[in-house]
Unconditional design. Structure first.
Length: 135
């Protein structure tokens, strides 16, 4: 079992307005369970809880340039399954498929008085490197 910190993000484009895009940022503490199997490659499952924000960027906003707004933080949750290859006692390479959801429907967008109005969620393919404090 291991604990850690994870940052993930998802980029979304508005189907109705091509000049509007949004970036979801998730900051999560997670717990990871490695399945105890023989060998250097092991499956894992990860569950994370944390905070999320969404950043909106509107290009050519009222012919004044680019407008950027960030929402208030909201609760986020993430799940992932994958494999870890222990390259050495201290380093492991990992890869997996994850699902993240940010509960931002009621979060206010700065300087607008508007709420986000939906809960962004997405699947992702993840790769990373892990450093182990205990071999």
């Amino acid at each position: 079992f291991g604990l850690g910190f994870r940052f993930s993000g998802g980029f979304f484009e508005d189907e109705d307005d091509p000049d509007l895009s949004s970036w979801v940022n998730n900051y999560q503490l997670y717990g990871r369970f490695l399945v105890p199997v023989e060998g250097r490659v092991r499956p894992f499952f990860r569950f994370g809880l944390g905070l999320s924000t969404i950043t909106y960027e509107a290009e050519d906003f009222l012919n004044l340039g680019t407008l950027t707004s960030v929402s208030d933080p909201g609760f986020s949750m993430g799940f992932e399954g994958g494999v870890v290859w222990r390259v050495s006692k201290l380093i492991g390479l990992n890869g997996g498929i994850g699902y993240d959801i940010a509960f931002l429907e009621d979060a206010e967008v700065e300087n607008s008085g508007l709420n986000v109005g939906y809960d962004p969620n997405y699947f992702s393919v993840n790769f990373g490197i892990g450093f182990y404090l205990r071999p």
